[in-house]
Design a protein around this ligand. Structure first.
Ligand SMILES: [Zn+2]
Length: 291
C-alpha cells in the first residue's frame, strides 16, 4: 500500500505506518461484551485484535520544522514481548516509511509524544550496534505535556506496565524531554487539545488550514469502533473522564468540521464525524491523499 500525504495550509503532512501489533480485545473495549465488539473487529484465537501504529510527519513550510507525532513501538523488544503483541514490521517500519517520503532521521527537528505508552514512544529509542539504548532522533527536543510527564515519573500500579523503563529511562537521561501546558501553540496553525481520561495530560495535535482542521486522535479514538461514547478502552485510567473528553471533542469536531486522523485503526486513516456528539457516526473516510 502506498503511504499518503497532503498539503494542509503551511504544513506538508505525511502518513508514516510503523507496523502492526495485537492487543487483547477485552482490554481494548472495557465493559463492552465480546459478543458486541467481535462483530466489528475480528480477533485471533488468543482474543487479540489487530491494530496499526500509524504516526504522522509534519513539515512546516513556514518555520522549516519537521515534527514527528508519536513514534510507534520500535524494534528493541525481546522475543517474548514480540510474541505477546505479535509485532509485525514486515510491511512497514518507521525508518522505511520516512525513507518512502524522502526523509531521514536527522531531518526530524521535534518529536511530539501524545503520551508515553510504549506503542507511542518506543520508536524514539533504539539500540546501537553494541546493544546500548540511544535516541533515534538525538538532536530533537521531545515534547510531552507537564501533567503526563509527572504521571510517567510517578505511575500508578495499573498503568505502570505501559511505561517501559527501556523507553522512559533513555529519554529522561538524554535531557531532551521538553514540557508543554494546556493551550500550547507549537506554531501558528499547530495547537493542541488536551484530554485526561486515557492518561493524564494526553496532548492531541490540531492542525489548521483556514477553515479546514485535522486532529491527531491518538488514544482518545484509537479506531472507528471506539466512536460510541461507552466504548472506552479498559486501559483508560479514568473512563468517566474519557466520556467527557469524547463528548467535548466530538461536539467540537462536528461544529468546526475537524477531521480525525486515527493512529491505531488498521482500516481507516482519516474520518469526518457526522450526526451528534452523543451518537457520532463516520460521515466520510479516506486518507491524506483525498484532501
Ligand atoms: Zn495509550
Amino acid at each position: 500500500m502506498a503511504l499518503s500525504k497532503a498539503q494542509f495550509g503551511n504544513f506538508r503532512l505525511f502518513t508514516l505506518e510503523t507496523g502492526t501489533f495485537r492487543l487483547d480485545g477485552g482490554s481494548m473495549f472495557g465493559v463492552v461484551p465480546k459478543t458486541l465488539w467481535s462483530r466489528q473487529l475480528e480477533c485471533d484465537e488468543r482474543n487479540r485484535v489487530l491494530l496499526t501504529a500509524r504516526v504522522l510527519l509534519v513539515h512546516s513550510t513556514a518555520t522549516g520544522r519537521v515534527y514527528l507525532i508519536d513514534s510507534g513501538i520500535g524494534h528493541k523488544s525481546g522475543e517474548k514481548f514480540q510474541k505477546i503483541y505479535e509485532l509485525d514490521h514486515s510491511a512497514y517500519t518507521l525508518e522505511s516509511s520516512l525513507e518512502y517520503h524522502g526523509f531521514r532521521a536527522s531531518d526530524i527537528s521535534d518529536v511530539v509524544f501524545t503520551h508515553m505508552h510504549f506503542d507511542h514512544c518506543g520508536g524514539a529509542v533504539k539500540h546501537d550496534p553494541e546493544g546500548r539504548p540511544v535516541l533515534t532522533f538525538p538532536q530533537a527536543p521531545h515534547w510531552v505535556h507537564t501533567a503526563h510527564w509527572d504521571n510517567v515519573l510517578n505511575p500508578n500500579e495499573r498503568e505502570i506496565s505501559s511505561f517501559l523503563p527501556e523507553n522512559i529511562g533513555p529519554l529522561q537521561e538524554s535531557g531532551q524531554i521538553r514540557l508543554v501546558d494546556d493551550g500550547h501553540v507549537y506554531e501558528p496553525g499547530f495547537e493542541i487539545v488536551v484530554v485526561e481520561g486515557h492518561t493524564p495530560g494526553q496532548q492531541l495535535p490540531l492542525f489548521t488550514d483556514g477553515d479546514r482542521h485535522l486532529l491527531f486522535a491518538a488514544d482518545l479514538v484509537p479506531t472507528t469502533v471506539h466512536l460510541p461514547l461507552p466504548w472506552v478502552m479498559g486501559f483508560d485510567t479514568r473512563p468517566l473522564l474519557t466520556l467527557e473528553d469524547k463528548k467535548r471533542v466530538f461536539g467540537r469536531c462536528i461544529r468546526e468540521n475537524i477531521l480525525l486522523y486515527l493512529e491505531h485503526d488498521p482500516h481507516n486513516e482519516l474520518i469526518r464525524l457526522g450526526d451528534t456528539p452523543q451518537r457520532p457516526s463516520v460521515a466520510w473516510a479516506g486518507t491524506l491523499d483525498d484532501l
